[in-house]
Design a protein around this ligand. Structure first.
Ligand SMILES: [Zn+2]
Length: 396
């Protein structure tokens, strides 16, 4: 079975390319998925150069200037030498190199150009981290960025955050229910509203409904009960809001289609990852009941449509339970099509896997459900003894 380990450029800088690749190759893993474009974060890194690693928004290579000529948005320069010699170092070990690319999560670009970020139902731009996939400048940037990563000679461009994102306030002492938070996260920028209107949706009514409902909770109304489903959302917010939310998938599908074509034109292939599995299980490995494939629409991800456009998908199987991992992979394959490549992304340690046996059970479950690859997340974030569980998970 194909496999890779997710690696941050800070891992390579800290321990050195040769040592990291030797270790991963020694696990029997067939490739690495390196963070070519990543977002700012502050992470505990148990065996890193620093035990607390501060990451910045950055593209860790030198983008070909002609790709961004005339575009308003350009990649934020990171460690521009991170990919120097990396492909050769992988080839020497017969390992694949994948370019992990975070597309629309970028507070540096959003702060510099607030007009390209999402705008909520109240007209506020409070999520400068989130670039709106409907904005033409964002779309041009995403396509150029995909081409730039593909030109690094990677076997695939692994797309993260190439869709709408959920709301992530750092503090909230208002008891917003899942549906309230969902309505509050919907983007009502001019471009989103125009696209919805073109699809026959009454966008202004949808915006007003969202503002009325969320505003009501802010004023003391009880929050919504229960998870977000189409039926519950229709009952809670009405058909215009549901139609508006569903119209977002056209925005995402067309963008992903353009990105996938650009990547293919550069001789690589796109692996699309939607964040739904992380939204559900990131914190504790105990995902909310709905399978990721069934709830991906909430972020504008139409897996059935994307199945015709994208050759490969990564499923963030952030769950403790092996049966859940298998269920998520199976549902994904049913949505995108049985002939598509589905890769299960597993966390080999906390909070998903408390033992080698559990990791093995999940890899086995993913494979039995039809996954063609397992990827392990992530090299620098987990202790060496946890990484040492990987060989067992690959010897199935
Ligand atoms: Zn928008």
């Amino acid at each position: 079975m194909d496999s890779s380990v997710y690696v941050f450029v800070e891992d390579l800088r800290g321990e050195g390319v040769e040592r990291v690749l030797d270790r991963i190759s020694g696990y029997g893993v067939s490739g690495i998925t390196v963070g070519a474009v990543h977002h700012a974060s502050r992470d505990v890194t148990p065996h890193g150069l620093s035990r607390l690693t501060l990451r910045h928004d950055g593209a860790h290579f030198t983008p070909p200037p002609e790709l961004f000529d005339g575009l308003r948005l350009a990649p934020v320069p990171g460690y521009t030498d991170a990919f120097d010699g990396l492909r050769e170092a992988c080839a020497k070990r017969s390992m694949k190199l994948h370019g992990w690319t975070v597309f629309l999560r970028n507070a540096t670009i959003g702060t510099e150009h607030p007009d390209v970020t999402v705008r909520d139902c109240f007209g506020d731009r409070g999520s400068l981290t989130d670039l709106c996939p409907a904005h033409p400048d964002v779309r041009d940037y995403a396509v150029a960025l995909a081409r730039a990563v593909a030109r690094l000679g990677v076997d695939s461009v692994v797309a993260e955050s190439l869709h709408f994102r959920p709301l992530k306030p750092q503090r909230s002492f208002v008891p917003l229910g899942p549906m309230d938070a969902y309505l509050f996260a919907l983007c009502f920028c001019d471009y989103c509203m125009r696209r919805a209107t073109d699809l026959g949706v009454n966008a202004e009514v949808a915006r007003e409904e969202c503002a009325r409902i969320v505003g009501g909770v802010f004023d003391g109304d009880p929050p919504a009960q229960g998870e977000v489903t189409r039926a519950a959302l229709t009952a809670y917010a009405g058909p215009d809001v549901v139609a508006y939310a569903r119209a977002r998938s056209e925005t995402v599908t067309t963008l992903v289609s353009e990105v996938a074509s650009a990547v293919a034109a550069e001789g690589s292939k796109l692996v699309f990852i939607d964040s739904t599995g992380a939204v559900k299980g990131y914190t504790d490995g105990l995902p909310t009941p709905g399978l990721a494939a069934h709830d991906a629409w909430q972020l504008g991800v139409d897996l059935v449509a994307l199945g015709d456009l994208v050759p490969a998908f990564g499923v963030l199987a952030y769950a403790r339970d092996a049966a859940r991992v298998a269920d998520d992979v199976g549902a994904y394959l049913r949505s995108v099509g049985k002939d598509r490549e589905v890769r299960a992304v597993l966390r080999p340690g906390y909070p998903d896997s408390d033992s080698t046996d559990r990791l093995v059970a999940k890899a086995r479950g993913a494979k039995a459900a039809g996954a063609l690859a397992v990827d392990f997340y992530a090299y620098g974030l987990v202790p060496h003894p946890v990484l040492d569980r990987i060989p067992a998970a690959l010897s199935l």
